[in-house]
Design a protein around this ligand. Structure first.
Ligand code: PMP
Ligand code: GLU
Length: 394
């Protein structure tokens, strides 16, 4: 049997996740003693909080190590339901919530239960690397809506309308966004919601960076405007970014009961419950009395963003759009004359700074730099980047 006939068709076009690949390469080089500045990482640099770790340890000690209900333990789902009420003014009962192995898994599940072969899924470009691949894996067709830096990389209502046709099934919304950090305003979301309702388009609203939002802006959940958009929206969130729990793999979705029930059936026959120990840790995280925990983190991230922006605006060959949320800066590198993959490869090889080439996000003349690194590392990274830029372009 020839090698290319061994695997199913659906895997043929699917590539590795460059974000995961490059981040682990940077971590490996660092562990081998190389002085790497890792600006590739898509995860907060601070440790999982001690009170969360303690809950995980306690779960092991007390023998909470067996199967749980597929969609998550009731106390966790209750806390998620309260979180939606408190933070997002959304009413989702526990029967509408499914806890999964990370938000990535929740998005995949949502697409899997909604998309029929050849259904079109609208994805704003630049996009998080996994969205198109997940659509492909579900036999759908990714359709990109190219956004512009002058519009903060946000889809306009007009652009959205222009892309609609009878095969359009889902629109993927990601605010705050990876890789651009753009944040949609309430008015923009309201208009998008109106278009989706009018045309019966489902919205997968990926709100994983909800807590990482700057300049006093407020995150708005699209599902909250009215009953019609609520019924069409699958709201995605998780603990990876907000509680620095990327390795614990806890994410969740909330949706109309029929959709949540379909996801529950899917999960019954794929992963069963998410890890029991991580669920107990998530209970501890979500029980933390709010405010303080996030305000410290957000304050720190905003300082880092401001520092990086100040440095980047002095680098003539780079043009960065100031992010309003998440922890990434997306930079136009056209003036260097280098393609993003070459830029990233050379920067790593010559200056030991790792970042993600923009072609992973559908933009070959951009790079994504993460500021989820200490100030000391960011300073070092910016110094090295400036040095690198002196040697490229005209
Ligand atoms: N959505 C976006 C936009 C992300 O950047 C990530 C990062 N991994 C995820 C979803 C998935 O997060 P998780 O670690 O919870 O799977
Ligand atoms: N979402 C993060 C990133 O974009 C983590 C890696 C991943 O899951 O893609 O870098």
């Amino acid at each position: 049997m020839r090698i290319d006939t061994r695997l199913a068709e659906r895997l043929k076009e699917v590539r590795h996740s460059s974000t995961l690949l490059i981040t682990s390469k940077a971590k490996k080089l660092k562990s081998e003693g190389f002085d790497i500045v890792n600006l590739a990482a898509g995860e907060p640099d601070f440790d999982t909080p001690d009170f969360v770790k303690a809950a995980g340890i306690e779960a092991i000690k007390s023998g909470f190590t067996k199967y749980t209900p597929t969609t998550g333990i009731p106390e966790l789902k209750e806390l998620i339901s309260e979180k939606f009420k408190k933070d997002n003014r959304l009413e989702y009962g526990p029967n509408q919530i499914v806890v999964s192995c990370g938000a990535k898994h929740s998005i995949f599940n949502a697409l899997f239960v909604l998309v029929n072969p050849k259904d079109e899924v609208l994805i704003p470009q630049p996009y998080w690397v996994s969205y198109p691949e997940m659509v492909n894996l579900c036999s759908g067709l990714p359709r990109f809506i190219k956004t512009l830096p002058e519009n903060d990389f946000k889809v306009t209502p007009r652009q959205l309308k222009e892309q609609l046709n009878s095969k359009t099934k889902v629109f993927i919304l990601n605010s705050p966004s990876n890789p651009t950090g753009c944040v949609y305003t309430e008015d923009e979301l309201r208009e998008i919601a109106g278009i989706c309702v009018e045309n019966k388009i489902f919205v997968i609203s990926d709100e994983i960076y909800e807590k990482l939002i700057y300049d006093g802006l407020k995150h708005i959940s699209i599902a909250g405007f009215n009953k019609d958009i609520y019924d069409l929206t699958i709201t995605i969130n998780g603990l990876s970014k907000s509680y620095s729990m990327t390795g614990w793999r806890i994410g969740y979705l909330a949706a109309a009961p029929d959709i949540a029930e379909a996801v529950s059936r899917l999960q019954d026959h794929s992963t069963s419950n998410p890890n029991s120990i991580a669920q107990k840790a998530a209970v501890a995280a979500l029980s933390y009395p709010g405010g303080d925990f996030f305000s410290k983190v957000v304050y720190e991230f905003q300082n880092r963003r401001d520092y990086c922006m100040e440095r980047l605006t002095k680098m003539a060959k780079i043009k960065a759009v100031k992010p309003k949320g998440a922890f990434y800066i997306f930079c136009d590198i056209s003036k260097t004359g280098l393609k993003s993959s070459v830029f990233a490869e050379r920067l790593l090889g010559e200056k030991y700074v790792s970042l993600i080439p923009g072609d992973s996000f559908g933009m070959a003349n951009y790079i994504r730099m993460s500021f989820a690194a200490s100030m000391e590392q960011l300073k070092k990274g910016m110094d090295r980047l400036r040095g690198f830029l002196e040697g490229v372009g005209q």
